[in-house]
Write a new protein. Structure first.
Length: 474
């Protein structure tokens, strides 16, 4: 099934017709007999979408919207409302109550299904992001959210004619609060290359004569990295029409726009306050998804990092090292692996305390990271041990790098916490060089690290504060 849809219409025949249409598209349809029954079934079934009639009682329908879409709800459910020639005031009240859209009756079938697909896409993506973040929270892979920062929305008004976009800007500006309005041509909209400064939403003013270009613009905006997460609101330049119902041709065009990624469409006679409200709603949804996306990215970063030193951890390093070995063979470039260990680190903890030991680890990690190239890999493998991988590095360069790192650690003492003095530490390093022939099998990462560990043990046995080198052909 494509999803579960809970429907209610005050006229039984309308419910039956709607159920048949939705079932033919493989939706699992549940019918409600009244507004009260609708609420009970929505709570019990947790549907993917609710379609509700506004004609019988707009008061009950709007109350339902507020209840199902509330931020306090465990699983917010999107609501699509149906009404016979809905007035601008009713549409505004519905959007304020949390409805995703109000469709006029009778509706065009293709347009209805396009709205269902668009709403379900947005809703499922939001639910998936929330689920992933909840999983990260459960595994303690996320940090407490940063204090909420109020940011100004950036809205781009896009029109072929500059005077058209400028006129809309002048009309909208007084109705939108903390928002920056820009006017752009379609080409200027596509020239945005920095996702940090990309508009939160594009409002595209379209007419029939440039419809194909409008569809291409919507598709292109979603294909660009900088604007792929921006919201797209389409405004049909048919304000002279006195009805909110669309003719078949226009309904088909709007359906195509929704399927290509338009998040909302405004047409017919509408108040500027309705457009402003829809913009506010879409940018608010974008902020939610942006925050969830950033939180998930932070969680993934935390999962791959050692919490003390900030270096990559063993879980991240193992598959990364394995890929580096295979790339070394495929590109026929040498690869050097290092295993590093702080000498007599236990005595640091025993003599100065674990806080001092932590300070030593943090400082050593900082020095190593600053001394390496951006393409090199540095990870804390556990305890006082580190791994380093140097791609495209021949044995002589690897040996010189190891000696430089050893000297960097031993030459400058480390300040203990609370200025309790200085402590001098040293490291031992085992180096394993791999020379790909292009035909030999790639050694396992465990085997490659074992060779570096063996070289490290030899450096320890040779008096510590040493570099020991072992090479092998891969």
């Amino acid at each position: 099934m494509a999803g579960t849809i809970l429907i209610y219409d005050g006229i039984a025949a309308n419910r039956i017709i709607l159920r048949c249409k939705l079932s033919s598209a493989c939706y699992d349809v549940v019918q409600a007999e009244s507004y009260e029954d609708l609420v009970l079934k929505a709570m019990a079934r947790a549907p993917d979408l609710v379609i509700c009639d506004l004609d019988q009682s707009s008061k009950h329908a709007l109350a339902l919207c507020r209840k199902l879409s509330s931020a306090a709800a465990a699983h917010p459910v999107p609501v699509l409302l149906l009404a016979t020639t809905p007035s601008p005031a009713l549409r505004i009240a519905a959007v304020q109550a949390g409805a995703w859209n109000v469709m006029p009756k009778p509706f065009h079938d293709d347009l209805l299904f396009a709205w269902l697909r668009q709403i379900l896409r947005q809703s499922h993506r939001l639910a998936e992001s929330r689920t992933r973040q909840t999983s990260a929270d459960d595994m303690c892979l996320s940090e407490a959210p940063a204090p909420y920062a109020v940011t100004r929305n950036c809205i781009a008004l896009v029109a072929e004619a500059p005077d058209c976009a400028e006129a809309w800007k002048n009309r909208l500006a007084p109705r939108i609060g903390a928002t920056v309005l820009h006017t752009l041509s379609p080409d200027q909209a596509l020239s945005r290359s920095d996702h940090e400064t990309a508009p939160d939403a594009f409002v595209i003013f379209a007419s029939k004569h440039d419809w194909q270009r409008t569809l291409r613009l919507i598709s292109e905006l979603h294909s660009r990295i900088a604007t792929q997460h921006s919201r797209v609101i389409l405004v049909m330049n048919d304000a002279s029409k006195d009805t909110s119902c669309l003719d078949a041709d226009t309904a088909t065009r709007v359906a195509m726009a929704l399927d290509l990624g338009a998040h909302d469409v405004v047409h017919g006679r509408f108040h500027l306050s309705e457009l402003a409200l829809r913009l506010e709603t879409q940018t608010a949804r974008k902020r939610i998804t942006d925050n969830l996306r950033r939180a998930l990215q932070n969680s993934l970063e935390l999962a791959s990092r050692d919490p003390l030193t900030g270096l990559y951890n063993r879980r991240y390093a193992m598959p990364r090292l394995d890929r580096m070995l295979h790339l070394s063979r495929d590109n026929r470039q040498p690869l050097a692996l290092m295993a590093l260990d702080l000498d007599r680190f236990k005595s640091v903890n025993d003599t100065h305390g674990h806080a001092a030991g932590d300070a030593v680890l943090v400082e050593v990690a900082r020095r190593l990271a600053e001394a390496l190239r951006p393409r090199d890999l540095l990870a804390r493998s556990g305890g006082e041990e580190f791994w380093i991988a140097l791609p495209n590095t021949d044995p002589d360069t690897a040996a010189a790098t190891a000696q430089s790192l050893r000297q960097l650690i031993r030459s400058n003492p480390i300040t203990l916490p609370d200025r309790r003095g200085l402590i001098r530490v040293t490291i031992s390093i085992g180096v394993s060089a791999h020379h790909p022939s292009g035909t030999a099998d790639v050694p396992s990462i465990e085997h490659a690290l074992a060779r570096a560990d063996t070289a490290l043990y030899a450096a320890k046995a040779n008096g510590r504060d040493k570099v020991n080198f072992a090479s092998c052909a891969a």
